[in-house]
Design a protein around this ligand. Sequence first.
Ligand SMILES: NC(=O)c1ccc[n+]([C@@H]2O[C@H](COP(=O)([O-])OP(=O)(O)OC[C@H]3O[C@@H](n4cnc5c(N)ncnc54)[C@H](OP(=O)(O)O)[C@@H]3O)[C@@H](O)[C@H]2O)c1
Length: 251
Amino acid sequence: MTQLAAQTALVTGANRGRGRDVNQLLARGATKVYAGARNPETIDINDPRVVPLQLDVTDPDSVARAAEVAGDVSVVVNNAGISLAARVLDDDTAKLRRELEVNLFGPLAVTSAFPDQLAARSGVVVNVASILAWIALGGSYSVSKAALGSATDSMRLELGPWGVQVVGFYMGYVDTDMASGVEAPKSAPAHVVRQVLDGIQAGALEVTADDMTRAVRDGLAQPVDERYAPFLPEAAEAHDQEHHTTTGEPS
Ligand SMILES: NC(=O)c1ccc[n+]([C@@H]2O[C@H](COP(=O)([O-])OP(=O)(O)OC[C@H]3O[C@@H](n4cnc5c(N)ncnc54)[C@H](OP(=O)(O)O)[C@@H]3O)[C@@H](O)[C@H]2O)c1
């Protein structure tokens, strides 16, 4: 299925951030969107086609209840995520474990709650990963998103025979609460959502939302030291010094 018209979608983490932009799904013809949120009263989208749904992706009871209510789902967007970005060698693995619960086990639990619906309708699963799945600057967050990327490919192998389109979605910074402390350039949430919906409709299995993500993706075949060199502190320092010498201004 690469048409969104007449589909029923479920978006997790739809109360804020990028997940809140469900209007683009409706504009492309989706007839209903279940807006999943831990606290559904925080869904402030006033459209009869948008149905608030209590859904904590880490709570098996919540997932089971959501699956009962949303039996007509044909498009699952695993958008909910957290970023704690701990060092992977910290003695305390609590943050890594929490990220794996939300960012990996969450999408697995939600998707596996809808296998019959997805198979019967040759549906779509979108897993929102990150550029940091491919370049491990996010520490524990990178681990969780890399694991999600791998799980996405495994899901595709398991659901593909039923015609389900399983899409891995990768991007750099997006202007939401999650990246509020970041000074670097950020994509607008609406732009990112447009990319993935275009990708679904084009039948894509992997969508990259921005040039930086595409560059990192293209570089995956390079030797690992070359891939990481531009991101190391020395590279940033050298860039700053060079810029200072040529312009007289710090960059
Ligand atoms: N922003 C970026 O720069 C960026 C870049 C690459 C990838 N991403 C990914 O994009 C996705 C959306 O992130 P965002 O930027 O929109 O972040 P955000 O503004 O922080 O929103 C995160 C959403 O996830 C929800 N959530 C967290 N834990 C949950 C749980 N256990 N069950 C259900 N929902 C839960 C939050 O709900 P509450 O309000 O209840 O906390 C919120 O709706 C995430 O998977 C993130 O990792 C973001």
